[in-house]
Design a protein around this ligand. Sequence first.
Ligand code: SF4
Ligand code: SF4
Length: 387
Amino acid sequence: MAKTDLQFGKTLKKYGAIDFNACYNCGTCTAVCSLSNEDESFPREMVRLSVLGLDKEIQRSLKPWSCYYCGDCSTYCPQEAQPGELMMSLRRYLTSRYDWTGLSRKLYTSKVWEFGSIIFLALVILALFIFYHGPMTTELTPEGGVKINTFAPWKTIEMGDWIMAGLLSFFLLSNIFNMFLKVIVRNKKVKVPFKVYFTEFWKLIVHFATQKRFADCESNKESFFSKLKTGKFNYWIVHFLLMSSYVALFTMIVGFLYWFQTEEIHEWWHPQRLIGYYATFGLTFGVIYFAVHRFRKKRQTSKHSHSTDWIFLTLLFLTTITGILVHIFRIYGMPYETYYLYVFHIMVLVPMLVIEVPFSKWSHLAYRPFAIYFSNVISAAEKLQKK
Ligand code: SF4
Ligand code: SF4
């Protein structure tokens, strides 16, 4: 018999759930959800499991990841039970359950841990710069730029990047493995033949690169040009812009720093500068767009914000703005401004990556495509079983 957790409602409220106990099971939310279908019906089922406190069933389910939070279900719910917000809080809850270190749970449920870990990491970076930075020089490059590699040699920074990327990959991939154990290995209903993992693999790549199901949400179906005219940008496009800018920046920092952090000042059309400008534009536009919506609270999706939503936006904004200023100071030959701001830039960038990628808000970019992949693997295996 399924075990009920009587405290589950209280637990879920810490992750941002609101009035889901008001649900009287009418099914309107599932009827209006454009992503729900016969094979995969939600969000009503997830609301019922949450009301009943069936924690284990929730941890085995991939449905919270199928929701892209368009907010339609919350808009039409006659009881104002906020099913969309519940799905969002279930994703936060699942993230904390996949994470075997327990850090994610602490970051989502305690502001002391949330702010404390950011400040701790920032101070570690500051200490590393205080003890290991190279000479500060007022001598400029032949083009009149600041010698950034004298102060922070790219080889040293790159070594730190690789250590950080290795740790992030380890934590994120081990958490995804934990997710795999919960939803497939311990799923007694289906046995997955090995070959199915390969035949379905392309879906993981496609959904990671495009997040294309997001565009299928009813609220997102207005065309790009009509949104441009009205100024209401397509949520999926802005999300894609933000995500691709983030990934581009991460790739440049970790994989190509020798090419990205140069003292040579290239022409504006050089790929190094174009990628930097794309990432800067995408991050600035995306952060301002989402922050304005969260301040205004007019859209259903922006009415309720968890503290981790604001932390992520704030860290991204500070990283972007300090990155832009470092670039300007460097080009215009302002050594001390460049050096000090570079340190502050890294003090914000590192916590943003270390905390957000494996343990908090960013991790949904990895969990969601994996959830779609696992869900397709299970469906394919079930079809084979029926044959
Ligand atoms: S629409 Fe509201 S009341 Fe009806 S099932 Fe969904 S959450 Fe419950
Ligand atoms: S928020 Fe949108 S996608 Fe998510 S369950 Fe509700 S209607 Fe469906």
